[in-house]
Design a protein around this ligand. Structure first.
Ligand code: HXC
Ligand code: NAP
Length: 263
């Protein structure tokens, strides 16, 4: 069902931070299927090795923590030496748990901001010297919580809001050589994120009702958005946050009758 032609990313090199599971792994697989040489990283080396095997096409799986600038910079240096300059970099590593501010320590808040926001700074700053320019495409994986506040998500809301502004600022500073965009996924089925945010049937049903598309998204749908933003059909798009969220960011689509208990 993809509109993209085989071999679209032949000769391209992609680095996906946090690409060892979930949405980011889906992006890595799609880039590789389309011909890119792909490297992914996460903290767990065994998980990274399994991801590389799943991606196939000679993918590299590395252990690197995005919270450590030298480590992530070194990982991307290593990949550019093996594969050549980086055409596409995706920053998608994230951490999350449900907790009210009264139930999270300063360290808990800092941990999520460190992975999501500081991690994205480290990935983007760290890759700059290894990019294939002009024409390189950077994508940050953000979330609707950057714009719409959500209870028990103060850490992720703050971190993702920071990511959106980092994307916009870098688009200004690094154009025209580098395009910098974000993708904001809605709830995506079969992911660690939704296991944490909607852990039971009642919360899942509430999510379905309020989304215009009346379903959760698929990892493959997210991957298609990333391919679009990276490919030559998007050469005039920078500083954008693309909502791939079934309309969840637009507003609550719960039928009024349901909302008022009349259904
Ligand atoms: C309150 C908690 C907590 C919880 C951890 N902490 N879980 N506080 N409620 N449920 C606190 C700990 O007590 C500690 O604070 C601090 O957070 C750091 O915890 P560590 O376990 O030491 O951190 P670390 O090993 O670095 O693990 C990071 C993690 C973990 C974020 C806590 O959950 C993780 O590794 N997550 C990665 C996978 C993941 O979350 N994927 C989902 C991404 S989806 P103290 O004070 O005790 O030291 C996503 C959805 C986006 O992002 C949609 C919304 C934006
Ligand atoms: P996931 O499967 O938990 O993926 C997180 C990835 O990041 C894993 O590869 C993880 O591997 C890695 N990671 C975590 N901390 C890291 C660190 N400090 N350094 C390096 N790598 C690290 O999550 P997901 O649910 O697919 O979410 C992926 C992205 O989409 C995230 O940015 C998330 O915020 C965003 N998002 C998801 C949803 C959703 O519905 N799931 C909705 C909106 C936004 P290790 O654990 O081995 O480190």
């Amino acid at each position: 069902m993809s509109a993209f032609k085989d071999g679209l990313f032949e000769g391209k090199v992609a680095f996906i931070a946090g690409g060892t599971s979930g949405i980011n792994l889906g992006i890595a697989k799609r880039y590789a299927e389309l011909g890119a040489k792909v490297a992914v990283c996460g903290r767990d080396p065994e998980k990274a090795a399994r991801a590389a095997e799943e991606i196939g096409h000679g993918a590299i799986g590395m252990s690197a923590d995005v919270r450590n600038f030298d480590v992530i910079h070194g990982a991307m240096k290593n990949v550019s030496e093996q594969f050549g300059p980086l055409d596409f970099v995706v920053s998608g590593a994230a951490g999350n748990f449900l907790a009210p501010v009264n139930g999270m320590s300063a360290n808990a808040f800092r941990t999520v901001v460190d992975i999501d926001l500081n991690g994205t700074f480290n990935v983007f700053k760290g890759c700059r010297e290894f990019l294939n320019t002009p024409g390189a495409s950077l994508i940050a994986i953000t979330a609707g919580q950057a714009v719409n506040a959500m209870q028990m998500q103060a850490h992720a809301c703050a971190a993702k809001a920071g990511i959106n502004q980092l994307v916009r600022t870098l688009a200004l500073e690094w154009g025209p050589d580098v395009r910098v965009n974000g993708i904001s996924p809605g709830p995506i089925a079969g992911t660690e994120g939704m296991k944490r945010l909607a852990p039971n049937d009642a919360t899942r049903q509430k999510h379905y009702d309020r989304i215009a598309m009346k379903r959760w998204g698929e990892i493959e749908e997210l991957a298609e958005s990333a391919v679009f933003l990276s490919c030559d059909s998007a050469t005039y798009i920078t500083g954008a946050i693309l909502d791939c969220d079934g309309g969840s960011g637009v507003g609550d689509a719960t039928p009024p009758s349901l909302e008022r208990g009349l259904a």
